[in-house]
Design a protein around this ligand. Structure first.
Ligand code: COA
Length: 187
C-alpha cells in the first residue's frame, strides 16, 4: 500500500516513487549504514534490482505501507514502512532507514517516526507498533526511545517470530504514545 502524505515538524512523509529507488541504492552501498540497518558488513554491491525487490516484497505483503520522507525543502533523505500488519491484533512492524548520513542525529528520524505513529495510532487505530534493532545501534535506540518505544522481551510470545543474534525488540503502544508527554506532537 502506498503511504499517504503526512506532515511533520522537520519532514514530510509521501508515497515512495520509482525515482526514489536510485537513492536507496546509494544509501545501501554505504558500509556503515548497511551495518546499522542489517547488522552485517556488506558482502556485495546493492543494485537497483535489489531496491526493486525490496519494494516488491512490501507490495506482496498486502497491507504493508511504505513512505519516503523528505526535508521541508523537498530533499528525499529516507524511507520508512509498516509491514507484517495483523489486522486482528492491530499490530505492525516498523522499519526505517534515514539513508542520507548528513541528516543523522538532528531529529529527522524521530520526527519521521512520530509523525507516522500519530497517524498509525489515531487514524489507522493500531494498538502496538514493534521493531527490531541491533544492540550496538545506540543512535537508533535513543531515537526509538524518544518516540516512546521501550525494550520488550525477545520471547516466543513477542511480535517478531525471528530475533537474530544481538537484536533487541522494542514496542510502543497507542496508550503509551498518547500519554508520553515528552513526545513532540506532529502537526
Ligand atoms: C536510526 C535513525 C532512523 C535515527 O534517526 P536520526 O534522525 O539519526 O535520530 P534522531 O536525531 O532523531 O535521534 C537520535 C538520538 O540519538 C543520539 N545519539 C547519536 N549517537 C548516539 C550514540 N552513539 N549513543 C547514544 N545516543 C546517540 C542523538 O544525539 C539523538 O538524541 P538527542 O536528540 O537527544 O540528542 C537513523 O539514524 C538511521 O536510519 N540510521 C541508519 C540506519 C539505521 O540505523 N536504521 C535503523 C535500523 S533499526
Amino acid at each position: 500500500m502506498i503511504g499517504c502524505n503526512l506532515s511533520g515538524k522537520k519532514v514530510n512523509l509521501r508515497p515512495l516513487m520509482d525515482d526514489d529507488l536510485p537513492r536507496r541504492v546509494q544509501w545501501m552501498n554505504d558500509a556503515e549504514t548497511v551495518r546499522l540497518y542489517s547488522g552485517i558488513y556488506p558482502i556485495r554491491v546493492y543494485l537497483l534490482a535489489d531496491a526493486e525487490r525490496w519494494r516488491q516484497a512490501l507490495e506482496v505483503d498486502r497491507w504493508a505501507i511504505v513512505w519516503a520522507f523528505e526535508t521541508k525543502e523537498g530533499r528525499h533523505i529516507g524511507d520508512l514502512d509498516l509491514h507484517g500488519i495483523d489486522r486482528k491484533e492491530l499490530t505492525a512492524k516498523l522499519t526505517v532507514l534515514l539513508g542520507d548520513k548528513e541528516y543523522w542525529s538532528q531529529g529527522y528520524g524521530t520526527d519521521a517516526i512520530t509523525t507516522m505513529l500519530k497517524y498509525a495510532f489515531s487514524d489507522l487505530c493500531f494498538d502496538t507498533i514493534t521493531l527490531k534493532v541491533f544492540a550496538f545501534n545506540k543512535r537508533a535506540i535513543a531515537c526509538y526511545k524518544k518516540c516512546g518505544f521501550e525494550k520488550v522481551p525477545n520471547t516466543p510470545s513477542g511480535l517478531w517470530s525471528v530475533i537474530g543474534p544481538g537484536e533487541e525488540q522494542m514496542a510502543v503502544t497507542r496508550k503509551r504514545f498518547m500519554e508520553q508527554a515528552s513526545i513532540p506532537k506532529a502537526a
